[in-house]
Design a protein around this ligand. Structure first.
Ligand SMILES: [Zn+2]
Length: 128
């Protein structure tokens, strides 16, 4: 199975496949958002730009999934919810790539995992 790539997120997926970690920042209220969308969820305006954001944050919560949602996973697998250090208004999620389990509050960094030529995933692993 592969992630659903839609009109709003297709460029984000292309950038991730090229090894870029960027997010949308609203031109009006400066909110950083994920996943990529045409409108700002905070101020409802359309203007935005891609911005490189440090791919580090803290685990806010995590689950063990027994459902195969994405390529490159073998059930059961762990999905983490991460609040970014540089953009604390932005929460991301992704697969956990480490031997041990995550913990709430753990410092983590993104790791881009290449699935194939056209698809890479933003996974998370312990910082350091
Ligand atoms: Zn906004």
């Amino acid at each position: 199975m592969r992630p659903v790539v839609d009109r709003d997120s297709s460029e984000w997926w292309e950038r991730v496949a090229r090894g870029e970690f960027v997010l949308q920042r609203c031109d009006s209220c400066a909110t950083v958002r994920f996943p990529a969308r045409a409108y700002c969820h905070r101020c409802r305006t359309r203007g935005w730009h891609w911005e490189p954001i440090a791919p580090v944050g803290r685990v806010e919560s995590w689950i063990v999934s027994h459902q195969p949602f994405l390529a490159g996973t073998t059930e059961p697998y762990v999905v983490v919810r991460v609040r970014l250090d540089e953009a604390p208004e932005c929460v991301m999620y992704g697969n956990w790539r480490a031997q041990g389990p995550p913990a709430d509050g753990m410092a983590v960094r993104a790791r881009l995992t290449e699935v194939d030529e056209e698809l890479s995933l933003v996974d998370w692993c312990p910082l350091g």
